[in-house]
Ligand binder design. Structure first.
Ligand SMILES: [Zn+2]
Length: 312
């Protein structure tokens, strides 16, 4: 009998990236295609199914049998796999992608929120392996979150759970793409840190800089850059203190590009945690970096695809 693999795909606003994942977690043959949301739903679906068929053919060449396909996508996704709203891929709003893929590809399919996929990838194959209950936070363009409680992914009743990036940390703060204002994402994402920095040096100043360059400045001791990160760390600490007071988690695992600058965020984050969280809640909390980087999401969905089949 040939070995089996699942197709794991990360559906992003600019690119969709996918690979084959074997049952023991090997990731093989990364490929990608341009998402090009402007070209509309039909064209996108054609490219996506074509992509899955290409990966299936690549699997056959490697002597692997594809048993199913799992996708992680930004947005709110119902437990049924219907995409309720996707800010990066708006043509998929209200589309039942899971049922469509199942029907077109004639194999089991699964569609979940991308931050939840990352949380489950870290739970199975990364920094979350030794924990029962933890939160992953993806600090990148936005702030994503995924909750694992007692070794189960917590999607929420309607699929909207884990959105720590949209916890309000400033009652009258910056307005957010979600429609609210003062959300954590507006202060602690790459874009948020840039705004912190711009705010601190005065809005009149022309700034052509990004959060990576601000991190470099901070490492060299630039006081404004350090303050921009300190501000992000403080808001992160404030949000995480609330979350651990509610859930008493074992760990928060940080992924995404900004997690490489965790050392710049941690002092203010920890200070805030100690001040705001119950001692019992912050003492048993570990702060860790994610281990699986860009693989985490597809490892997560692939594991869920295998798991679904085993339960049949
Ligand atoms: Zn928001």
């Amino acid at each position: 009998m040939s070995k089996s693999a699942a197709i794991g795909i990360d559906l992003g606003g600019t690119n969709c990236r996918g690979a084959l994942v074997t049952q023991n977690g090997e990731v093989l043959g990364w490929r990608r295609f341009e998402s090009d949301p402007a070209s509309g739903l039909e064209r996108f679906l054609q490219r996506l199914t074509g992509f899955c068929r290409e990966l299936s053919a690549a699997a056959a060449e490697k002597g692997l049998t594809v048993i199913g396909v799992g996708c992680g996508a930004a947005g709110v996704i119902a437990p049924s796999g219907r995409i309720l709203s996707s800010p990066n891929l708006p043509m998929l709003d209200q589309f039942d992608l899971q049922a469509y893929l199942q029907q077109q590809l004639k194999m089991p399919a699964l569609v979940i929120n991308d931050a939840n996929a990352i949380a489950w990838g870290e739970a199975c194959r990364g920094s979350g392996r030794d924990f029962e209950s933890f939160l992953t936070m993806t600090l990148g363009t936005g702030v994503g979150g995924g909750l694992v409680l007692q070794r189960r992914l917590w999607h929420g009743v309607c699929g909207g759970a884990g959105e720590i990036g949209h916890l309000a940390v400033e009652a009258k703060g910056r307005s957010c793409g979600c429609g609210s204002h003062g959300c954590l994402e507006q202060y602690a994402s790459g874009q948020g840190i840039l705004q912190n920095y711009q705010g601190l040096i005065g809005l009149d100043t022309e700034v052509t800089i990004d959060s990576i360059a601000i991190a470099e400045l901070a490492r060299r001791g630039d006081p404004v850059a350090l303050s921009a990160f300190e501000m992000a760390g403080r808001y992160l600490g404030q949000a995480i203190a609330g979350v651990v007071n509610l859930l008493n988690l074992e760990a928060v695992i940080f992924g995404g590009g900004l997690s490489n600058s965790l050392e710049l965020l941690q002092p203010a984050l920890k200070q805030e945690l100690v001040q705001r969280a119950f001692a019992v809640n912050h003492r048993c909390l570990q702060l860790l970096q994610a281990q699986r980087g860009e693989e985490a999401g597809i490892l997560g969905v692939a594991d869920l695809v295998f798991d679904q089949l085993n339960q049949r």
